[in-house]
Design a protein around this ligand. Structure first.
Ligand SMILES: [Zn+2]
Length: 89
C-alpha cells in the first residue's frame, strides 16, 4: 500500500497515511483538522543520482561517476581524520 505524507495547516503536524486509493476526508491525526496538504516524500538519494546519470551521455557519465567516487573518498578521508584526532586525545 502506498504511503502518503501529509502536513496539517492548522497545527503543522506532519503525519503519514497509508491508503490504496485517493482517500477523501483524511484528517490530521492530532487536531482532526481537514485543512491538510499532501507532502511529496523526497525520493532516496540513490535514485536521484541514477536519474541524473541517465540524462547524461558518454564522457559526462564518466565524469559524473568520477565525481561521485572522489566525493566518497573525501567523506572517507574526513571520517578517518576525525578518528585520528579522537585517538590523539
Ligand atoms: Zn493538526
Amino acid at each position: 500500500m502506498p504511503l502518503y505524507q501529509y502536513k496539517c495547516n492548522r497545527c503543522q503536524n506532519g503525519f503519514e497515511v497509508r491508503h490504496s486509493y485517493r482517500a477523501l476526508g483524511t484528517k490530521c491525526v492530532l487536531c482532526e483538522s481537514e485543512d491538510i496538504q499532501r507532502v511529496l516524500a523526497s525520493p532516496p538519494q540513490r535514485s536521484i543520482v541514477i536519474k541524473d546519470i541517465r540524462k547524461k551521455t558518454g564522457a559526462e557519465v564518466t565524469r559524473a561517476i568520477e565525481e561521485a567516487r572522489s566525493e566518497i573518498e573525501r567523506v572517507k578521508e574526513q571520517k578517518s581524520q576525525r578518528v585520528r584526532k579522537e585517538v590523539k586525545k
